[in-house]
Design a protein around this ligand. Structure first.
Ligand SMILES: Cc1cc2nc3c(=O)[nH]c(=O)nc-3n(C[C@H](O)[C@H](O)[C@H](O)COP(=O)(O)O)c2cc1C
Length: 165
């Protein structure tokens, strides 16, 4: 039995998700992509996951570094989310117009327009179809002040919460 992939995509798009950027610093360059596949996995140890396309240039870089940053984006980051999901953008200086700082533990870029950021070390990698499930041990956490509103993605469009505290 085969599934209609377009219908599946529409079904998955009805799952309202947050939007994140994962990043890693390799040599003198920051690699970063927009992802919505973040999930919290475990509290002891503290583990998270993201699913990354095996062809993504970020994946090649993170295989080498073994460490990464994860920025859970605020509504202000919508242009950055669009940019870091644009295929074929140059890797060199791709964060030039994206306000960010290096994570103190990993050097991975953490976006200023975030509700929270994590720094992670790769704990496991599980190939899954076109993607790789990247499991990370959380090394560090930073929170934005209360009141910064999260960016969401739903039915193929960016949106926000109507009544977030
Ligand atoms: C809202 C949104 C969510 C995305 N989530 C993922 C994801 O979870 N995993 C992934 O590999 N790509 C995801 N993408 C696509 C990547 O951002 C895109 O393929 C990436 O920028 C490719 O980078 P590259 O050209 O440097 O390889 C998402 C794109 C958007 C717009």
């Amino acid at each position: 039995m085969s599934v209609d992939v377009d219908e599946y995509r529409r079904a998955a798009g009805r799952f309202a998700s947050g939007v994140c950027v994962v990043s890693t610093r390799l040599g003198r360059h920051d690699h970063a992509i927009t992802v919505s596949s973040f999930a919290s996995v475990s509290l002891d140890p503290v583990l998270v996951l993201v699913c990354v396309h095996a062809d993504a240039r970020f994946y090649d870089a993170v295989e080498e570094t073994g460490t990464w940053g994860l920025s859970i984006l605020s509504v202000a980051a919508q242009p950055h989310a669009r940019w870091l999901a644009t295929p074929g953008r140059p890797v060199v200086d791709q964060l030039a117009r994206v306000p960010h700082r290096p994570g103190p533990l990993t050097g991975a870029a953490l976006l200023e327009d975030s509700v929270a950021t994590l720094e992670c070390a790769t704990e496991a990698e599980h190939p899954a179809g076109t993607h790789v499930v990247l499991v990370g041990r959380v090394l560090g956490v930073a929170l934005a002040p209360d009141g910064v509103r999260p960016l969401l993605h739903h039915r193929g469009a960016y949106t926000g919460l109507a009544d977030a505290p």
